[in-house]
Ligand binder design. Structure first.
Ligand SMILES: [Zn+2]
Length: 385
């Protein structure tokens, strides 16, 4: 490997344009949710929907709450479907997706049903605690939510992901042997490596560490496994193993717990504030017409915290990268895998500073390559014997 830093490849106008449109799509989605929730509250339509839901739910509280959620989720899907469709067309246009319209539409149906199912568990639990413990509901709801969150993190790889993609244990003996050696050096053990059949829907490559406890596993997309050299795949594996060694999933859950507690506190405050001042005509805490207000608090909070959470995620990614540099024989396959990934996924190698700061959960490719070269430079200057 040459010691002079490799010049950073400039981004193609195509990559810049694709990423700009995707960012705007994300922003449009958020703004749409924000406006929708605000309109529901200000116009009193939320109360009107609640009355409908009571009629559909035959006056039964839990059933009516479910009906209300169903109406809410159906209307919001109706509003956002055009953005989703545009996103699907965008991936096709840039030849990043191999998915046909029927398969996309079926995924939309499935994700609607999954969010309805998860959403109803969440709101039933939420209003159960509100009705049972109106004083301290937000602390109890927080505890219940975190328990649910941990269960979901555990079940997601075996219950949720297979709804959309197929997974099979990695059969490649050479790669498995490499992983075992990597893990042994780390003094740890990953429970499994899975081949993720992403190619049915996308041309992009991806890899991740997912799950918790017995379901913790590394997943590698077939689009990566079939196009990268064993050394490059090992570099990607080493990065994922870095997340495992540094306990990033557990740490992220703790960060999430703190944010969720803040969110519940803020939601409780917003509810009391609006009820005391008769802002939206809620009949009380238990009146589920106030659900859009709770959702609004969470939308605003996640928007405000996005830069901080992304900064935290980038910190973790840098840690995992550093772990990879230390575990593989040379950094060359890391660098070539990064370049391949950037090309294959049409990623921006050097986004503007503020775009990276606000939107990116990973450091830009150019920064990751620079870090790898810096590490290599220091290693060559002070070789460890
Ligand atoms: Zn990572």
């Amino acid at each position: 490997m040459a010691d002079a830093p490799t010049p950073v490849q400039a981004d193609s106008p195509e990559a810049r344009r694709y990423n700009r449109i995707r960012r705007w799509l994300g922003i449009a989605d958020l703004v749409l949710a924000f406006v929708f929730l605000l309109v529901l509250l200000i116009t009193g339509w939320s109360g009107w929907l609640r009355d409908r839901a009571y009629r559909m739910g035959l006056g039964n509280y839990s059933l009516s709450l479910f009906m209300y959620l169903l109406l809410l989720v159906a209307i919001s899907k109706g509003l956002s479907i055009s953005l989703d469709y545009y996103g699907f067309r965008l991936e096709r246009y840039y030849k990043l997706s191999t998915q046909r319209f029927r398969s996309w539409a079926w995924d939309e149906v499935k994700s609607f049903l999954v969010s309805l199912a998860l959403g109803s568990i969440v709101v039933e639990l939420l209003y159960f605690t509100i009705r049972q413990w109106p004083q301290n509901w937000w602390v109890l709801a927080w505890l219940l939510f975190m328990a649910l969150f941990i269960v979901m993190a555990q079940l997601a790889p075996v219950l949720m992901f297979p709804i959309f993609y197929k997974f099979e244990p990695l059969e490649n003996e050479d790669l498995r042997r490499r992983l075992v050696m990597l893990s042994q050096r780390a003094g740890t053990r990953v429970r499994g490596v899975y081949r993720w059949r992403l190619s049915e829907k996308s041309k992009k490559a991806n890899a991740a560490l997912t799950g918790l406890g017995a379901t913790r596993r590394i997943i590698l997309s077939d689009t990566l496994l079939d196009n990268y050299t064993p050394d490059e795949i090992e570099a990607v594996l080493a990065h994922e193993l870095g997340h495992h060694v540094h306990r990033h999933i557990l740490k992220s859950i703790l960060v999430q717990a703190a944010i969720t507690l803040l969110g519940f506190w803020a939601a409780n405050w917003a509810l009391h504030y609006s009820i005391d001042r008769h802002l939206f005509d809620f009949a009380g805490l238990h009146d589920f017409a106030n659900l859009p207000l709770l959702a609004l608090v969470s939308v605003v909070l996640s928007f405000l915290l996005m830069p901080a959470l992304n900064a935290y995620s980038r910190f973790n990614e840098r840690q995992a990268d550093r772990y990879a540099f230390e575990s593989i024989a040379t950094i060359d396959p890391f660098i070539s895998s990064m370049n391949k990934l950037a090309e294959q996924n049409l990623a921006e190698r050097s986004p503007s500073k503020w775009v990276e700061w606000f939107f990116h959960s990973h450091p830009s490719i150019s920064r990751r390559l620079a870090a790898a070269e810096e590490w290599h430079r220091l290693q060559s200057a002070h070789p460890q014997i």
